[in-house]
Design a protein around this ligand. Structure first.
Ligand SMILES: [Zn+2]
Length: 161
């Protein structure tokens, strides 16, 4: 996907996540969208830096880079939420574009993509980007709303209540 697609994906995802985290739709929701939206959008732009430095869809499009961004806030105390942008970039490249990415680089140069992908120049690229974003938000909603209940139920069963 191109820069426009990644920004569209990151901004729509951030708005959706803002409403998921603070569903009231007031100033607090808006502040949350800005707080997570800026780092998510910057994170979503980062992987394609490998068009200039390294091998595109390999050097900065792999799981070790993502893990680095997940670990970064715990090690250095900043860059929270950037990993969400990197992750959504990968998801959009895998599910929304034809070529796929080398998830296990540098161990393997094999690129992984889903058949749902279209070419970057396709007229349907924006539509596919929107569909992928809706899918991500549905998954995020499940994690936010269903997972705590599931963990609670499992815990209850474990202690025999
Ligand atoms: Zn990319």
């Amino acid at each position: 996907m191109n820069k426009k697609g990644h920004v569209l994906n990151a901004v729509l995802l951030s708005i959706g996540l803002g409403y998921l985290f603070v569903p009231v739709g007031d100033v607090e929701t808006f502040k949350t969208i800005i707080m997570i939206g800026v780092p998510i959008t910057l994170g979503a732009l980062f992987p394609d830096v490998d068009t200039a430095f390294g091998k595109h869809r390999k050097t900065l499009h792999n799981l070790p880079v993502l893990l680095g961004f997940v670990a970064f806030p715990y090690v250095f105390g900043n860059l929270e939420y950037v990993w969400i942008g990197v992750l959504t970039h990968y998801v959009l490249d895998v599910a929304g574009s034809k070529r796929g990415i080398a998830l296990f680089y540098p161990i393997s140069t094999q690129e992984y993509g889903l058949p749902t992908g279209v070419t970057v120049s396709s007229k349907r690229a924006d539509f596919v980007t929107a569909v992928v974003t809706v899918g991500e938000l549905a998954l995020a909603a499940m994690v936010v709303f269903e997972l705590p209940q599931l963990v609670f139920e499992l815990g209850r069963q474990l202690v025999g209540l």
